[in-house]
Design a protein around this ligand. Structure first.
Ligand SMILES: [Zn+2]
Ligand SMILES: [Zn+2]
Length: 458
C-alpha cells in the first residue's frame, strides 16, 4: 500500500494565497491529485484553526478527516484524503551578527497540542493573527524548545531548505549547517524539505543530511498547485492491505525518524519522492530578474557574482549554494535511472525520486491553449476524475487509455515527460523556469549547460 503525502501548503489566510484555499477545496484538490494525506496548513492562525475544527474531525490516531466528504462522492475513483496538522512559521532574528530568516514546518498529532503551542507562542508575544505563516522573533532553538517541551512527538522540519531568502541553508539569511541553526535541537531535526528549486540528489551531496530524511511537498498557494511535489510513504510489507484510514501520525513520524536513522522497523517507510524539475523552480540559477542577467554555476565561476548591469551582488541560485556547501561531487553519487526512478548506486538506501511536469502544463502545451483556459481545465478534470487522480495519469496510466479519453498529443506529452525527453529554460531570482515538452524548430530556449543536466534521462 502506498500513500502520497503533501504536507506543506497554505490557507487563504497567508499572503498571496488564493481565497479558494478552504478546507473543502484542499480536500477536493487532494482527491483530484491522488493525495491520501495532506497538510491542514496554517494552524497557528486564530481564524484558520477554527475552520479546521469546523470542517475536520480527529480520527483518534493523530490525523484528521473531513466531516462532510459529500463533495468527493461524485468521483468514485478518487480517494478521500486524511489531514495532518501542519503549519509554517518564519523565524527572523539576529545571530552571530547576521540577520537570519528561516521558515520551519511544525507538525503535531492533536488539536489540543496545537492549541497549547498557540497559547505559549501568544505568551511570547508572537502575532499569530497577522498571517497564516506568521513572522516570529524567536530563534530556531527557542521555537524548537517551546514546541518539543509541549509535544515531544512534534516534528520540526526546515522548509524549502535552499531558497536564498527564507531557509535554513539560504545564502541570504540561512546557516551553513543545521547544527549551527538548531544547536542542541539539531538531533531533533529528522528531515529537510527540498523546495521546488532543489531535488534529492542535490541534497545527497550534503554530508550532514546523510542521517536525515529528504522530503518534498508543494508549498501550494492554490488548489491546482497541491502535490506539485510530494512524498510517497509505503507500508514496509507491500502485501499488507492497510486501508487509508488506518494510517496514523505515529506511522508518519516513525517513517521520517527512522529514515533519518537509516533503519526502518515501523509500519511505514518513505518509498520515493515526486519532484518538480528543479530547473523549473524560481531560484535554480544565479541572476537578477530586473537586469535580465542569468548565470549557470559554470558562468558564475567565470563571471563572478557582481551584476554587470546594476553592479550589485546577484541573487545566488540554489545550484550554486549547493555547490558551496557540498561535501561530495554529483559524480560520486553514481546516479542511475530505472523506470523513471532516479537513485544513487553509492547510497542505495536513500529513497529514489521521479521528476514530473504538472499535468495541466502538459495538456496546455499539447493543445496550444493556456493553463487557465476552459479547454485545458475540462480536459484535465475529465482525465483525473476518470483515471483515478493526476499522479496515476502522470506515472502509470497506459498511452492508449489516456489517448482514448483525450487525444494522442496529450498522451505523447505524458510519455515524453516519463522518459525525460523535454527541455527547460531554468528559473532564477524569483522567475519560474519554463518547461518545453516539444522543442520549437529553429529556436531552442535552453542553454547548453541545462541540456547536460537533462542528458541523464535520454
Ligand atoms: Zn516558506
Ligand atoms: Zn542587477
Amino acid at each position: 500500500m502506498q500513500i502520497i503525502a503533501d504536507l506543506q501548503l497554505h490557507s487563504k489566510y497567508s499572503r498571496a494565497v488564493s481565497p479558494q484555499m478552504t478546507i473543502p477545496n484542499i480536500g477536493l484538490w487532494s482527491a483530484r491529485k491522488g493525495i491520501g494525506l495532506v497538510a491542514t496548513g496554517d494552524w497557528t492562525h486564530p481564524l484558520w484553526i477554527r475552520e479546521i475544527q469546523a470542517n475536520l474531525e480527529e480520527t483518534g490516531n493523530g490525523l484528521l478527516k473531513l466531516k462532510n466528504s459529500s463533495i468527493l462522492l461524485s468521483y468514485e475513483k478518487l480517494v478521500e484524503p486524511l489531514f495532518l496538522l501542519a503549519t509554517e512559521v518564519s523565524c527572523i532574528y539576529s545571530q552571530g551578527g547576521k540577520l537570519r530568516r528561516v521558515h520551519v514546518l511544525i507538525w503535531v498529532p492533536s488539536i489540543s497540542s496545537a492549541e497549547k503551542i498557540i497559547e505559549a507562542m501568544n505568551r511570547r508575544g508572537c502575532k499569530l493573527g497577522s498571517d497564516g505563516r506568521p513572522i516570529i522573533g524567536m530563534t530556531l532553538i527557542q521555537i524548537s524548545e517551546l514546541v518539543l517541551s509541549i509535544e515531544p512527538k512534534a516534528l520540526l522540519i526546515p522548509a524549502h531548505a535552499w531558497t536564498p531568502w527564507f531557509s535554513v541553508y539560504g545564502s541570504l539569511g540561512g546557516f551553513d549547517t543545521i547544527e549551527e541553526a538548531f544547536g542542541p535541537f539539531s538531533k531533533n531535526i529528522y528531515a529537510v524539505e527540498t523546495g521546488l528549486s532543489s531535488n534529492p540528489s542535490m541534497n545527497w551531496r550534503i554530508k550532514e543530511l546523510d542521517n536525515r530524511a529528504i522530503l518534498s511537498f508543494s508549498d501550494a498557494h492554490s488548489g491546482p498547485k497541491i502535490g506539485r511535489e510530494a512524498t510517497v510513504f509505503q507500508t514496509r510489507n507491500n502485501e499488507q492491505k492497510t486501508e487509508n484510514n488506518e494510517i496514523t501520525y505515529d506511522d508518519v513520524y516513525g517513517a521520517i525518524a527512522e529514515a533519518s536513522l537509516g533503519k526502518n522497523d515501523g509500519n511505514l517507510e518513505i518509498g520515493y519522492t515526486l519532484e518538480f524539475y528543479p530547473e523549473e523552480g524560481k531560484y535554480h540559477y544565479t541572476g537578477h530578474r530586473a537586469c535580465g542577467v542569468k548565470y549557470n554555476p559554470q558562468e558564475t565561476i567565470q563571471k563572478g557574482i557582481v551584476c554587470p548591469v546594476c553592479h550589485r551582488n546577484l541573487t545566488q541560485g540554489v545550484m550554486q549554494r549547493v555547490e558551496e556547501l557540498a561535501g561530495r561531487t554529483e559524480d560520486s553519487l553514481r546516479l542511475s535511472v530505472n523506470n523513471q526512478m532516479i537513485s544513487s548506486k553509492t547510497f542505495p538506501n536513500k529513497p529514489p525520486f521521479a521528476m514530473l511536469v504538472p499535468l495541466q502544463e502538459i495538456i496546455a502545451e499539447a493543445i496550444g491553449s493556456p493553463v487557465q483556459s476552459t479547454k485545458t481545465q475540462s480536459l484535465y478534470l475529465s482525465l483525473v476524475e476518470k483515471l483515478g487522480g493526476e499522479f496515476e495519469v502522470l506515472l502509470r496510466t497506459k498511452y492508449s487509455e489516456i489517448a482514448g479519453l483525450s487525444n494522442g498529443k496529450i498522451a505523447e506529452g505524458i510519455m515524453k515527460v516519463r522518459s525525460g525527453d523535454i527541455v527547460i529554460d531554468p528559473g532564477f531570482d524569483g522567475v519560474f523556469g519554463v518547461v518545453k515538452i516539444w522543442k520549437e524548430e529553429g529556436k531552442d530556449p535552453m542553454a547548453e549547460a541545462s541540456k547536460e543536466q537533462l542528458s541523464l534521462f535520454q
